[in-house]
Design a protein around this ligand. Structure first.
Ligand code: THU
Length: 133
């Protein structure tokens, strides 16, 4: 799937963002190697810590349908903020395990665009190899 198409999916997803507390809306979309798209949004909660970020929602949805890092082609994350929404620390940790290191991550806020990957976003990763002794 083309980059622009996946970004469009993420912007459409953002319309379903549930963010009554921050009013900061985020949408994400994952393209799989067999042409499917899994969307995700940030879903907030009155108990703020229970909030789920958009990119985690999307990657968990893809995994829920049996997709894995080798069948995930790209991830787009978009927001309506003045700056692009670079994934938070928790999301970087999750993405470091659930995406391949070089899988493209497209960031946009409609004005600015950055293409990156998790190797660049999270150096010196803590991984399963550190745990499985
Ligand atoms: N948020 C995301 O969904 N993804 C990010 O990359 C950054 C933060 C959400 C969490 C919360 O609902 C809102 O943005 C403000 O932190």
């Amino acid at each position: 799937m083309k980059r622009e198409e996946l970004l469009k999916e993420a912007f459409q997803a953002m319309e379903n963002s549930y963010a009554p507390y921050s009013n900061y809306h985020v949408g994400a979309a994952i393209a799989t190697t067999d042409g499917r798209v899994f969307r995700g949004v940030n879903v907030e909660n009155a108990s703020f810590g229970a909030t789920n970020c958009a990119e985690r929602s999307a990657v968990f949805a893809a995994y829920s349908y049996g997709y894995r890092k080798d069948t995930i082609e790209a991830l787009a994350i978009v927001s309506d903020g003045p700056r692009i929404a670079a994934p938070c620390g928790i999301c970087r940790q999750v993405l470091s395990e659930l995406l391949q290191q070089q899988t493209p991550i497209y960031l946009s806020n409609g004005k600015e665009e950055v293409d990156t990957n998790i190797a660049e976003l999270l150096p010196m990763q803590f991984t399963e190899e550190d745990v499985n002794r």
